[in-house]
Design a protein around this ligand. Structure first.
Ligand SMILES: [Mg+2]
Length: 121
């Protein structure tokens, strides 16, 4: 892995947490992918019936903590899956950003929320 020593350490911590509890037996690819979806839904649930601005979240310690907890759950499962599949998380993010930069050139996408297929025509 390139330039991500801290993330490598975090992934090792997650793997140790799993191994110490003998939970590797439950960590199939399907189960971890399902868990990512479930935790993403829990993240959505934090603002299910509200639509706070960024500043409102920043000024609401309880909401910010709840969002942080669920965000951590999502990221832990994402990193666990990367570890299981020998995927470098930094590399796939950098690769994806590069792909997105090609799909969304600044001159076509700046200030627009349209999907790239709308201006590929
Ligand atoms: Mg959760």
């Amino acid at each position: 892995m390139a330039n991500n020593d801290s993330l490598t350490h975090t992934m090792a911590t997650i793997d140790s947490f799993t191994k110490d509890r003998d939970w590797e037996q439950f960590h199939t690819v399907k189960n971890i992918i399902s868990s990512i979806s479930i935790e993403a839904a829990e993240l959505s649930e934090t603002v299910q019936w509200s639509n706070p601005s960024t500043d409102e979240v920043r000024n609401d310690a309880e909401l910010q903590s709840a969002i942080g907890d669920e965000l951590a759950d999502v990221m832990v499962y994402c990193l666990r899956l990367c570890s299981m599949l020998n995927i470098d998380p930094i590399q796939i993010i950098e690769d994806k950003i590069e792909k997105n930069a090609s799909k969304y050139p600044i001159e076509s996408s700046k200030g627009s929320s349209r999907k790239y297929t709308a201006y590929e025509k």
